[in-house]
Design a protein around this ligand. Sequence first.
Ligand SMILES: Nc1ncnc2c1ncn2[C@@H]1O[C@H](COP(=O)(O)OP(=O)(O)O)[C@@H](O)[C@H]1O
Ligand SMILES: [Mg+2]
Length: 376
Amino acid sequence: MAELQLKSLVKTYGNGFKAVHGIDLDVKEGEFMVLVGPSGCAKSTTLRMIAGLETITGGEVRIGDRVVNDLVPGKRGIAMVFQNYALYPHMKVRRNLGFGLQLRRTPKDQIEAATNEVSGVLEIEELLDRLPKQLSGGQAQRVALGRALIKQPEVFLFDEPLSNLDAKLRASMRVRITDLHQRLRQEGRPATVVYVTHDQVEAMTMGDRICVMKDGYIMQVADPETLYERPANAFVAGFIGMPEMNLFPAVLTREGNIPCLTADGQTIKVTDGLSHRITTGDGPVTFGIRPQQLHVVAPGTDGAFTATISHIEFMGHEINLHVRLGDAQLVAVVPTDSFDTHFARGDRVGLRPSGSHVHLFDAETGENVSLGQGSN
Ligand SMILES: Nc1ncnc2c1ncn2[C@@H]1O[C@H](COP(=O)(O)OP(=O)(O)O)[C@@H](O)[C@H]1O
Ligand SMILES: [Mg+2]
């Protein structure tokens, strides 16, 4: 297993479109790194450059201590798992699994032993004599995984491998893949993984670290907790977390040392948990608060904005209260059992952001200006 490094990696397609803008990323040996971002942000382009399926316009891909830019895919020590499984349709599962080793002229008895081991791990023994067309989506994906695993590559590359599965199967495959990764780690043969997805839940639940991308740039690389608690910018803040973080324009002023924030012509004081973190002067900002940290109180309560309920979503254990604050549409999550008040559309409610969970972002650059001095 090996470390993987991207250095100033650039991709410009033949039509002149620059898809990747000089990105740097270090994936440690044995690390599970997730690349996540909206469709079109160049996750696949990046992965395909690592795999050798796409030419590199500029910069370097290093696997272990080798620059692999000019190596064909087969010589890079990687194995890739695709969204559409890409199994050989005319070969039975057994041959699909062993084919990579066969190409390397591995002796037959070794191929058989490896096939047995991998099919045991993935619980696909009973599928070995079927053709790909005789498999369900989940089974086909397990075979695709087995085909990668059997090669014992230095780096595993996954491109949205679970996108074609239904929600339930996706959840169980998520666990299966992370369990497998941990098991290899415990057995002393840790697998370096780069896993591409557009799904932030997959990213958060599977990644040791997550690389958030947008428009061919890296927005932040961090562990799941840091991404959630300390997003580097408004894009990451809005992308990670459900429902999405509320982001709306506000103006920051100070009364003594106390930060005051004005939105929709209303000014609230945020008395605790914020002032010592702010690294910007007075002026326009983007106010960020997660729906779970926006507390519904009586209108007129200190530290609360007054807003109007526009829509109510009953989720079972909680209610998503959609409210309008001037031009901004916000969401507050209210635990069903903690609140016996009956809400109705058009009601006025107070919304008190929890000070220690308020984020402020630069109104122009989107950079988080509430992470404190000398942090990160
Ligand atoms: N062969 C190509 N020629 C030109 N542009 C491409 C090509 N392939 C992908 N792109 C563009 O590059 C960007 C990144 O694409 P892709 O890496 O597939 O994104 P993602 O996997 O994050 O959805 C998109 O804007 C896409 O339209
Ligand atoms: Mg893609």
